[in-house]
Design a protein around this ligand. Structure first.
Ligand SMILES: Nc1ncnc2c1ncn2[C@@H]1O[C@H](COP(=O)(O)OP(=O)(O)OP(=O)(O)O)[C@@H](O)[C@H]1O
Length: 270
């Protein structure tokens, strides 16, 4: 059974409005990390919001861990199984301290108190927020806030985590902190990850990349395949990471640089 199956999914926000998703079919294996890239307005965020039924397709089917998003019985289960982290770290807090904030979702889900304490400890360690549990969320840096948001989602033991441009509002340090957290989560757990991003170097950290255009996934490739199609990426006006752009310039001059290629791979697997 796949973690996610999308079958010919169509979506539009208004009855007579334009098609936003036009026949999306794809699937994700358990434990896989998929990054979604593509131009503004191509439907990336909309697609990510279908994963936990925040939005429902007009037509088509979505199965999450084998359960249909259209089943009234399964939808509440799906909502528990899919954790969402959004772009703006300031919009995700409800409690006066980090600890209470992580506990909030668990209280709503009826997690027993002893389990809650244990889970807070575990997810705080996973996201590196152990030392700020008693702090007020609004006093934290952007990277810390997003890691607390991820901790709150992880505490509910999701099997799928959707991150919609979770690093885009962060400074370079904050981005690094959050990416480090996602990478170690991917390496150490079997949580399935879908991350929407405009940054190619972030997308290259994933196992597979979906490139969207006009409401369709027009490329579904491994990160390796993407790295070997740098010319195509440039045609699509996707800014290349510096090392990739240097590699491409040298390749165009007929200089093949094995050491730069291995550097790119080291960057990817770091
Ligand atoms: N709530 C909404 N109501 C109506 N139209 C919407 C709504 N949200 C998004 N859209 C439209 O749907 C299309 C896809 O938007 P979406 O945010 O999914 O794209 P995106 O690829 O995530 O874009 P970006 O990279 O700019 O975030 C756009 O044309 C957008 O204007």
């Amino acid at each position: 059974m796949k973690a996610v199956t999308l079958q010919n999914v169509h979506f539009q926000y208004e009855e007579e409005g334009p098609a936003v998703l036009s026949g999306v079919s794809a699937s994700i294996q358990h434990g896989e990390w998929i990054a979604v890239i593509g131009p503004n307005g191509s439907g990336k965020s909309t697609l990510s919001r279908l994963f936990n039924g925040l939005l429902l397709p007009r037509t088509g089917e979505i199965y999450i861990n084998g359960k249909s998003i259209f089943s009234d019985d399964d939808l509440p289960v799906i909502r528990r199984e899919v954790g969402m982290v959004f772009q703006n770290p300031d919009h995700q807090f409800v409690a006066p301290t980090v600890r209470d904030d992580i506990a909030f979702g668990m209280e709503n889900a009826g997690v027993p108190r002893e389990d809650m304490l244990q889970r807070i400890e575990t997810v705080a360690r996973q996201t590196g927020v152990e030392d700020i549990l008693d702090k007020e969320p609004h006093r934290l840096s952007g990277g810390q806030k997003q890691r607390v948001a991820i901790a709150g989602v992880l505490a509910l033991y999701p099997s799928i985590m959707v991150l919609d441009e979770a690093t885009s509002m962060l400074d370079p340090n904050g981005k690094q902190e959050v990416l480090h957290t996602i990478r170690s989560l991917h390496a150490s757990s079997d949580v399935t990850i879908l991350s929407v991003t405009h940054q190619l170097h972030e997308a290259l950290m994933a196992d597979r990349v979906w490139y969207m255009e006009n409401g369709r996934i027009i490329h579904d490739v491994t990160a390796e395949e993407l790295l070997h199609n740098l010319d195509w990426l440039q045609e699509k006006n996707i800014p290349l990471p510096y090392a990739a752009s240097l590699y491409q310039s040298l390749a165009h001059k007929g200089i093949s640089s094995r050491s730069l290629e291995s550097f790119l791979w080291r960057e990817k697997s770091r």
